[in-house]
Design a protein around this ligand. Structure first.
Ligand SMILES: [Fe+2]
Length: 274
């Protein structure tokens, strides 16, 4: 375990029998996340496996027409997002591939994706005390596995936030390498009015964990590069959101509930020691 900067901690892990096993207990990882800190799990997932996710996603996208119209949350689709979110007013520009129906994908695409999304799912289950499987469940929370491409030349995702539950912990796995495959862009957070940038700290195979109600964003890829939707260069990540798409969206106001929680935890501690 290593403190990389203020509120940014790296935890080593072993990739064993298809499972990400952290060097410290899950409860300890969860405690660090909730404190809150940004925790980077060095998963140890082999680079070939990570690269195969990008390749498989690109091959699949090449033969799958871009989705248009409102999201239905019940299929496998990819979409070029260029949009300002209605409620939070967060601007975004990226290409996402959402596999809500991951179990319906054809082989070998399905196994390739599951080789990374299953370890992520099990890790998240272990961390949050859940035991969730893939599959669409109308009116209930379920997984929305996603592979996101941030093209060179100005892709980004503006500051936004989510309800803490039921996700509790957000997961962002780097599928390629900063400094080699791309040279700018990364996820940033605000903790106790302090800005935590993870750009440059997340290597390929590193999985960021963050309290889901922390305001966060993705800093832009450099405008010095030429932008193209068709160029696969740029940052690729795998994320595993868990939510009910028809549930209550995040509030317009930024959630600062965790701040109050920290305050009350401190009060409880000082009362206990008096
Ligand atoms: Fe987010």
């Amino acid at each position: 375990m290593k403190e990389l900067s203020k509120y940014l901690i790296r935890v080593d892990a072993e990739f064993k029998d298809g499972q990400i096993v952290p060097e410290i207990p899950y409860e300890e990882v969860m405690r660090l996340v909730n404190e809150p800190n940004i925790v980077i799990i060095r998963t140890g997932i082999p680079q070939d496996t990570l690269r195969s996710i990008i390749q498989a996603t690109r091959d699949w996208a090449a033969k799958t027409p871009l989705a248009e119209g409102p999201d239905t949350f019940d299929n496998n689709q990819h979409k070029q997002r260029l949009h300002i979110a209605k409620i939070q007013q967060a601007p975004q520009l990226f290409h996402d591939h959402t596999f809500d129906a991951i179990l319906d994908l054809e082989e070998p695409m399905k196994q390739t994706l599951l080789s990374v999304f299953n370890p992520m799912r099990q890790f998240w289950n272990n961390l949050t005390g859940n035991n969730e499987e893939y599959g669409i469940r109308k009116g209930e929370p379920y997984f929305h596995p996603q592979v996101t491409h941030y093209p060179l030349g100005g892709s980004f995702f503006g500051r936004h936030w989510h309800p803490l539950n039921p996700q509790k912990v957000g997961t962002i796995l780097a599928l390629n390498q900063y400094g080699k495959d791309y040279t700018s862009g990364g996820t940033g957070y605000v903790i106790n009015d302090h800005i935590v940038e993870t750009e440059g700290f997340q290597d390929m195979g590193d999985m960021i964990l963050f309290r889901y109600d922390l305001p966060h964003w993705v800093s832009p890829s450099s405008f010095a590069d030429r932008f193209s939707w068709d160029d696969p260069a740029g940052r690729w990540v795998a994320i595993l959101p868990f939510y009910n798409p028809w549930g209550t969206p995040a509030d317009k106001e930024e959630p600062q509930g965790w701040k109050t929680q920290i305050q009350s935890a401190k009060n409880a501690t000082s009362e206990a020691t008096v």
